[in-house]
Design a protein around this ligand. Structure first.
Ligand SMILES: Cc1cc2nc3c(=O)[nH]c(=O)nc-3n(C[C@H](O)[C@H](O)[C@H](O)COP(=O)(O)OP(=O)(O)OC[C@H]3O[C@@H](n4cnc5c(N)ncnc54)[C@H](O)[C@@H]3O)c2cc1C
Length: 430
């Protein structure tokens, strides 16, 4: 255990990415450009790719290496949709805007798999579906309603009873759930690198080890200062999500950050694999302290859940995660855990991502609430089209407002997570 920031080196993905590192040189000297993208995760790489495909001159600046943030260390579950179901989106945004947003969010996983096919990204992509497993009867009623809502939109979904979830996952303790066949899995670091490679092939210039230190208005555009050089850009997209630094006033207070921790077992023997997620689907559950799990391409169980607040990893959460894995998958009890790592997830109070333009030609997209693989891919496209052509995304733009009492919420969130883990241990999880 140690620093969450550094734990990307311990991730299974760093050791197994089919797409090579980009080895992009740091920025040196001055550049003038149509569009600068800050952040080399899924949001930034998709934005750079979309803009370069549209013929814009693009520079992408990444403080570390491409995929170093959440994009290269997540669970690789490609899940469509937002926190709100189609009927809720229509109620919240009105009939027409709600339908547009439903269509975009529902197509999000397809957008990912289309990108993978178009750019031949070697990221072990599989489109076998996602199961949301319900831990209790009220949660089951909610997810069955969700399935019905998406079914009415023509989505390939199915409601599952307890026996169905047990058969498809091999997991213990769920009372039912639903399966969404639009979803799937991928190797997230390879996916992010593949998007960056495609952006470079489309003409974008990539610079790694190039942390942006200052962002200042410059005529109608922006001046971007980095240790080795300066970029003058007509437009800027910031895709730094939970790894944001204070470049834009109020931005780092617009999200609450929480660690998500993952463990990976040693490869499992065939007798266990025959029962454990046998068709290679991914799964997450309905508890507030939700666990998520899938198989890796080389036959390990990947199991994730909530961790600490801040950068320091807490061994107590890792041990609790191992215990939860053994409870839900008793077959794994004797199997060693081979790797564990963590990353930051950016939460918004209403669970929805944000699209914002806090100053002219400065575009932000963030706040995926742990569901960014598909949504950040969609967001990158939205941001590029908004920045270049003024096209309004289906998610209405909001003002950049820091979360009230931001600093005070941290200890409250921390206590809430510890309490939820405690309840989980005594079998009371809600
Ligand atoms: C452990 C974990 C598991 C997850 N599992 C899933 C999952 O299974 N499915 C799912 O859909 N979502 C999952 N998520 C969420 C998902 O990974 C994120 O929502 C998504 O990757 C966000 O992408 P992004 O490009 O916006 O940000 P990031 O990938 O975090 O990229 C931001 C980048 O910006 C760079 N940066 C920051 N500041 C600067 C600066 N000043 N100058 C230059 N560069 C800068 C950082 O170095 C970083 O590389 C998970 C997240 C975590 C942490």
């Amino acid at each position: 255990m140690g620093s969450s920031a550094d734990s990307h080196r311990r991730s299974l993905w760093s050791a197994t990415a089919g797409e090579a590192p980009l080895d992009a040189a740091p920025l040196a000297g001055e550049a003038r450009i149509d569009l600068a993208v800050i952040g080399g995760g899924i949001t930034g790489c998709t934005a750079a790719l979309t803009a370069a495909e549209a013929g814009a001159s693009v520079i992408l600046l990444e403080g570390r290496t491409i995929g170093w943030g959440a994009s290269g260390r997540n669970g690789g579950q490609v899940i469509p949709g937002l926190k709100y179901d189609p009927s809720e989106m229509r109620a919240k945004y009105g009939e027409e805007a709600g339908r547009r947003l439903t269509a975009a969010a529902g197509a999000a996983a397809g957008t990912v798999f289309d990108r993978i096919a178009k750019h031949a990204i070697a990221c072990d992509a599989k489109r076998e579906g996602w199961i949301q497993a319900a831990h209790a009867a009220p949660a089951l009623a909610r997810v069955h309603q969700r399935a019905q809502d998406w079914e009415a939109e023509g989505a390939p979904v199915e409601r599952l009873d307890a026996a169905g979830v047990a058969r498809l996952t091999g997991a213990r303790g769920y009372v039912g759930g639903w399966i969404d066949r639009r979803a799937g899995t991928l190797q997230p670091l390879a996916y992010t690198r593949g998007l960056a490679r495609a952006a470079r092939e489309a003409g974008a210039a990539l610079h790694e080890t190039t942390p942006v230190e200052r962002l200042e208005p410059d005529g109608g555009g922006w001046r971007i200062a980095t240790p080795g050089g300066t970029v003058h850009a007509r437009r800027v997209i910031v895709g730094t999500d939970a790894y944001s630094t204070p470049l834009v006033p109020g931005f780092t207070e617009a999200m609450l950050l929480v660690q998500s921790v993952q463990i990976a077992t040693e490869p499992l023997p065939e007798r266990i694999l025959a029962r454990l997620l046998p068709e290679g689907r991914c799964c997450s559950e309905t508890r507030r302290l939700a666990f998520y799990f899938r198989r890796s391409p080389d036959g390990r169980l990947l199991f994730g859940g909530r961790g600490a607040i801040g950068d320091a990893e807490n061994p107590v959460f890792r041990r609790a995660l191992v215990a939860a894995m053994h409870r839900i998958f008793p077959d794994t009890a004797g199997v060693p855990v081979a790797a564990s790592w963590s990353g930051q997830v950016g939460l918004t109070l209403d669970g929805l991502p944000r699209v914002q333009e806090p100053a002219p030609n400065l575009h932000l997209g963030y706040g995926y609430n742990g569901r960014g693989v598909a949504m950040a891919t969609v967001m990158g496209g939205w941001l590029a089209r908004k920045a270049l052509h003024g096209e309004a995304p289906p998610l209405p733009a909001t003002p950049l407002n820091p979360i009230r009492w931001h600093r005070l919420r941290r200890p409250a969130l921390s206590a809430g997570i510890a309490w939820a883990w405690l309840r989980d241990r005594v079998g009371l999880a809600g």
